[in-house]
Design a protein around this ligand. Structure first.
Ligand SMILES: O=C(O)CCC(=O)C(=O)O
Ligand SMILES: [Fe+2]
Length: 312
C-alpha cells in the first residue's frame, strides 16, 4: 500500500499545502488535543444516540448522519476556525475566489456492519468537467481512531488531476488510517468514500467542508444557522457561514452588506458592496475558462472492501 501523506501538526504549513496540490489530500495528526476530543464527544454522543441510521444507498444503511454542526456544537465552531485548517483551505481555494465559505458540516458515524460507500467526488455537486479547478475543500476529523477495520475513509491519491473517463480500481485506493484527533483534508474532486465497518465498534467522523465563496452551499447555512443564532458568534465565524459577500455584490440584502444586516449595523444609505480589499484581490483571482459544455455523466464506483481493507 502507498505511504500515507501524514504530517505532524507543527510541520511547515506551506510544505503541507504543496503536498495537497500534489496528492489531493493530507492527514494532519493531533488537530484536537485530548480535552478538545472529550468536549467534542460529549456534545456529539447524545445526538448520535438518538438518531436513526440512514435508509441505504449513498447515505448508508448503518450510518448515523446529521448536519448543522455550527449551530449545534460549540467544539465544531472552534474546529471550523482552526488557523491551520483555514490556512490549508485558503491555499487550495483562495486563488479562485474572493473568500471561502463553509459548505457542509456534519457527522458520519459508521455502525458495525456498514458496507463501503460508493467511491465518489464531492465536487460533482457542481456541473464542471474534470479535471476542474478546486471547488470544495473537505476535512474529516477522526472522533475515534480510524482503522483499516472500522471503515477509515478510502481515498484515491492524485485523482483530483484525473479526467472524467478515468475510474479508480481497488489498487488505487489508500485508507485514511489515523488516530482520534487527526484530520484528513482533501480536494473535493478527489475520489473517496466511507470504508466498510468490519469491526465491533463504531467509527465516528466529523466533516467540515468549505467551498468557493461564489458557489451555492451544499448545506444551506442561513437556515442551518439562522440569524438569531449566528448573531451571537464572532464576526469571522459569521463570515465563514456566508454572512458576508462572496464576491463583489454577491449575497447582498436589499443593497446592504449581509453582515451589517445580520448585526443591525446597517445605515440608511447603500452598504459597502465592493470592498477595496476585493477590488485589490480581483486581478489575482484565477478565472475559469469553460468552453467545452458537453454533458458529463457523474461517475461513482463500488469497490471490493476485501481487496482494500483485507490487505493491511
Ligand atoms: O464517512 C466517510 O468516511 C466519508 C463519507 C463521504 O465521503 C460522504 O458521505 O460524502
Ligand atoms: Fe464524500
Amino acid at each position: 500500500m502507498t505511504d500515507l501523506n501524514i504530517h505532524a501538526r507543527n510541520a511547515d504549513p506551506d510544505a503541507m499545502a504543496a503536498s495537497i496540490q500534489e496528492q489531493g489530500y493530507i492527514i494532519v495528526r493531533d488537530m484536537l488535543d485530548p480535552a478538545g476530543l472529550e468536549r467534542l464527544r460529549a456534545e456529539l454522543e447524545p445526538r448520535i444516540a438518538t438518531m436513526p441510521p440512514g435508509d441505504g444507498g449513498f447515505m448508508g444503511a448503518r450510518t448515523v448522519r446529521f448536519g448543522s454542526l455550527i449551530a449545534g456544537c460549540e467544539e465544531a465552531r472552534s474546529m471550523a476556525m482552526n488557523p491551520l485548517l483555514l490556512h490549508l483551505v485558503e491555499s487550495v481555494l483562495g486563488p479562485y475566489c474572493m473568500r471561502v465559505q463553509l459548505n457542509y458540516t456534519g457527522v458520519m458515524h459508521l455502525l458495525p456492519g456498514e458496507k463501503a460507500q460508493v467511491v465518489h467526488r464531492d465536487a460533482n455537486l457542481y456541473p464542471f468537467q474534470n479535471p476542474a479547478p478546486p471547488l470544495i475543500c473537505a476535512s474529516m476529523w477522526a472522533v475515534n481512531d480510524f482503522t483499516a477495520e472500522n471503515g477509515a475513509t478510502w481515498l484515491v491519491p492524485g485523482s483530483h488531476l484525473w479526467d472524467d473517463d478515468r475510474l479508480p480500481t481497488e489498487d488505487d485506493v489508500v485508507q485514511a488510517i489515523m488516530p482520534a484527533g487527526s484530520m484528513l483534508l482533501y480536494i473535493g474532486s478527489v475520489f473517496h468514500g466511507g470504508g466498510a465497518n468490519q469491526s465491533n465498534g463504531p467509527r465516528t467522523g466529523c466533516a467540515l467542508q468549505y467551498a468557493l465563496g461564489w458557489l451555492r452551499q451544499e448545506e444551506n447555512q442561513y437556515m442551518a444557522c439562522p440569524p438569531e443564532i449566528a448573531r451571537d458568534f464572532a464576526k469571522p465565524l459569521q463570515e465563514l457561514l456566508g454572512y458576508d459577500l462572496g464576491g463583489i455584490n454577491l449575497g447582498m440584502v436589499s443593497h446592504q452588506h449581509p453582515n451589517d444586516v445580520l448585526n443591525g449595523t446597517t445605515g440608511d444609505g447603500p452598504g459597502e458592496l465592493e470592498p477595496p480589499a476585493f477590488a485589490e484581490r480581483d486581478p489575482s483571482i484565477h478565472r475559469f475558462k469553460v468552453s467545452d459544455t458537453r454533458p458529463v455523466i457523474r461517475r461513482r464506483v463500488s469497490l471490493d472492501a476485501d481487496k482494500i481493507q483485507g490487505r493491511n
